[in-house]
Design a protein around this ligand. Structure first.
Ligand code: C2E
Ligand code: CA
Ligand code: CA
Length: 741
């Protein structure tokens, strides 16, 4: 429809000059098309129901007034054979200008919003052009003493009003962001109108025989305006300046700069040309002077705006560089700068806070939830601090706090507040997450180095984490020594693996009361060439921290399972029926752990139900990958034992979410069992829980016959401890048994 209208309109425009201007046929042809244009605009508004409907009707009013002017003009010329100037026709024509401007402004309202750079650019361009127009067209016309005043005023009014249109078109074209198709057509129509208006000023003087050609521009402008209303894009409001903020006016593009420079240079150009044409004595000095001042001020304003904008952007850049994007907290750079100040002033107090189990949340629930969690934590930490404290995100799930000056010794209180702030569960991605944190703190005692203070807080934080997480440690010198030792030990474990310095020993688990060995627990030993036997309690935590437990654990699993098969073949019924292997959280969280177990079982030929995997409550309490691994193992047929039961979280809920077959009741409950008083209460409760849930209970660390007898009396049927046998390379499966009397 729009296409058809444009084609018809262009054909009409091209055909018009072939009709003889001033004949009735030409007049009817010309004015019919204006009527059709009016129809097109009204039809377009009806069809597209644009937001700026009023604007379009005002615009149609302008076209209507021009039509009235044309018709009046033709009546004077063809019917009355008069050509008065000024006449009623001029009133219509001139009246159409304000409506054109108002209509355009309304239709393009969004586009002409508060984009000051664009407004100034357009003003500079139209200012330069206006000067030329004024000096060469309007001023001579107004000054032509040969015609009466009214004629002069009306005659000059046309080019003057055209100036208004130039300013408007400059606004439409120069403003940032793309024009909609409809606004583009409107602008093209306006340009066509302007071109014809300008030609009309000169035609009678220079080429009167081509007067018909001038009308082509007006016909084209009608075509474009009709098309602008008909096009569907008229429906949408003009793009808002906010959306165009990153458009072209914000920056001073090369083309724009050249355009602005050219328009400013029009002042000396006019001076020069006029000087050449009419001689230096008759220069229109007033117009040129005013034009120069106005343009100068406009350019000045534009430059000021540009400078302000550059400054604003520089500010934003700086903010970006200093601010962590995810949490909005200051970043490491800011923190280190402030810390350097505090260290120099001798009042640095720093805490480093690292979330426990954050990696697990990320792995299990995805990064979006992890990010959300970090954002909430950041907010809570910031909320828990005082006005002059600083909290920053150092990267990952690590935050740092710098206490404000003038609060010496406030660290414990602050740490307590930070921990309290994290105790409430965090809502993230539809999950209720309970997140703990390990906190390490240090002050600047005895150092002038900010990096050293951070390092100390870091070491204290790692010590807090190694101690099980969810706690606070202050820095002390012995932490340093231990950290050094741990680093050394970590490197040695690597070497020990390659050199084959690890052994596995086996401790019997016996049935009560007969003392028969039903299974064994594999326990690792390190035969260090210089230091002798090193306890797993010493090196397993280190191997867990540096990840070597994964490789070491796989080796232990393989060794223990093949040993079980050896004994099964050697002793049959008389040998241990099951092999218990300790597995740490880090191993469980390793993707493919279940696959590894399945592979080892297949490789050794041990049946899945003959393997027991011992996990601690803490390892599976956080849920996540560890729990999934335990479930997969159970699915495989492997038995699951909950180690050190009663010392960790001891949540009975855990027994519902994690498939458990065996509870290993911790030694601490066994130790006190024979004492008088209420000491047996927990051991009693635990055996009741396990029998109630259909689980087997193993009493750990049984050292005396009395303990064994009391445990049996309470209902325990499985036990382990030095009383029955120490962990050794080859337990005596056939020897005499210690039975409970
Ligand atoms: P656990 O799993 O609770 O192992 C039982 C620990 O108690 C063993 O210490 C064992 O020698 C000791 N024990 C057994 N009966 C008695 C007793 O009657 N009295 C006393 N005082 N102690 C007794 P061990 O072998 O030093 O192991 C310590 C911990 O190291 C283990 O605690 C386990 O958590 C870890 N661990 C040992 N071997 C491995 C392993 O192969 N892999 C993993 N991931 N952890 C291991
Ligand atoms: Ca164990
Ligand atoms: Ca244990």
């Amino acid at each position: 429809m729009v296409g058809a209208w444009v084609i018809v309109g262009l054909l009409v425009s091209v055909a018009y000059p072939f009709l003889r201007d001033g004949t009735p046929v030409a007049a009817v042809f010309y004015n019919s098309f204006t009527v059709a244009t009016l129809g097109a605009i009204v039809a377009g508004v009806r069809r597209n129901r644009p937001v700026q409907r009023v604007g379009w009707y005002v615009f149609a009013g302008a076209v209507g007034l021009r039509l009235c002017g044309d018709v009046t003009y033709e009546i004077y010329r063809q019917v009355l054979h008069l050509s008065p100037f000024p006449s009623l026709a001029d009133a219509f024509y001139l009246g159409a200008f304000p409506l054109l401007v108002a209509g355009t402004l309304l239709v393009a309202r969004g586009r002409l919003g508060r984009d000051w750079a664009g407004i100034l650019d357009a003003a500079i361009i139209s200012g330069g052009l206006s000067l030329v127009w004024w000096v060469f067209v309007i001023a001579p016309m107004a000054a032509d003493a040969s015609s009466p005043l009214l004629q002069r005023v009306i005659g000059a009014a046309y080019p003057a009003l055209d100036l208004l249109l130039i300013a408007l078109v400059a606004q439409l074209v120069i403003r940032s962001g793309r024009l909609t198709v409809s606004l583009g057509l409107l602008t093209v129509g306006m340009v066509a109108l302007l071109v014809s208006d300008v030609l009309f000023q000169f035609m009678p003087t220079f080429a009167p025989e081509f007067e018909g050609v001038v009308a082509v521009g007006w016909l084209i402008s009608n075509t474009m305006w009709g098309a602008a209303a008909l096009d569907r894009s008229s429906r949408a409001p003009a793009p808002q300046p906010e959306l165009q903020a990153r458009g072209t006016t914000a920056t001073l593009g090369r083309t724009r700069l050249a355009l602005l420079a050219a328009c400013t240079l029009l002042v000396p150009a006019v001076l020069f040309v006029q000087g050449l044409m009419i001689g230096p004595g008759k220069l229109n000095w007033l117009a040129i002077g005013v034009g120069a001042v106005v343009l100068f001020l406009l350019v000045l304003a534009r430059t000021a705006g540009f400078v302000a904008q550059v400054q604003r952007q520089a500010g934003q850049l700086e903010e970006l560089a200093l601010c962590d994007a995810l949490t909005g907290l200051p970043n490491r750079r800011v923190f280190e700068e402030r810390l350097a100040g505090s260290v120099a002033a001798g009042n640095a107090q720093v805490a480093i806070l690292d979330l426990d189990g954050f990696k697990d949340v990320n792995d299990r629930l995805g990064h979006a939830v992890g990010d959300r969690l970090l954002a909430v934590v950041a907010k809570r930490l910031a909320g828990a601090l005082r006005e002059d404290d600083l909290v920053a995100r150092m990267g990952g799930d690590e935050f740092a706090v710098l206490l404000g000056a003038g609060s010496p010794g406030a660290m414990t209180g602050i740490v307590e507040r930070l921990a309290a702030a994290l105790r409430k569960p965090v809502e993230a991605g539809g999950h209720e997450l309970l997140i703990g944190a390990s906190i390490g703190s240090a002050d600047g005692a005895g150092t002038r180095d900010a990096g050293e203070v951070l390092r100390r807080a870091d070491i204290a934080m790692y010590a807090a984490k190694a101690a099980g997480g969810g706690r606070h440690r202050g820095y002390s010198d012995d932490l340093d020594a231990r950290a050094g030792e741990q680093a050394k030990l970590g490197a040695e474990i690597r070497a020990a693996l390659d050199l084959g310095q690890f052994r596995v020993v086996y401790q019997p688990i016996v049935s009560l009361p007969d003392g028969r060995i039903v299974s064994v627990e594999a326990l690792v030993r390190w035969e260090h060439p210089e230091r002798g036997l090193i306890s797993p309690a010493e090196f397993i935590p280190v191997a867990e921290q540096n990840g070597l437990i994964v490789e070491l654990g796989a080796w232990i699993l393989r060794t223990a399972c093949s040993q079980a098969v050896v004994w099964r073949n050697e002793f049959g019924e008389a040998g241990p029926q099951r092999m218990s292997v300790n597995v740490s959280a880090r191993q469980l969280a390793e993707p493919g752990f279940t696959a590894l177990v399945a592979e080892v079982l297949a490789w050794t030929g041990l049946a899945a139900h003959q393997l027991i995997v011992e996990v601690t409550e803490t390892a599976v309490f956080g849920g996540g990958l560890a729990v999934q691994a335990v479930k997969d193992l159970h699915e495989l047929g492997v038995k699951i034992a909950l180690d050190d039961f009663g010392t960790g979280h001891s949540s009975l809920g855990l027994l519902q979410t994690v498939p458990v077959d065996i509870l290993k009741v911790d030694k601490s409950f066994v130790d006190t069992i024979t004492m008088a008083g209420r000491h047996a209460v927990i051991a009693t409760a635990l055996i009741q829980v396990s029998s109630g849930l259909g689980l087997m209970a193993v009493a750990e660390g049984v050292e005396t016959a009395e303990q064994a007898a009391e445990l049996y009396r309470l209902g325990y049927r499985l036990a382990q401890g030095y009383h029955f046998g120490r962990p050794v390379a080859e337990p005596d499966f056939l020897g005499t048994r210690v039975a409970v009397g």
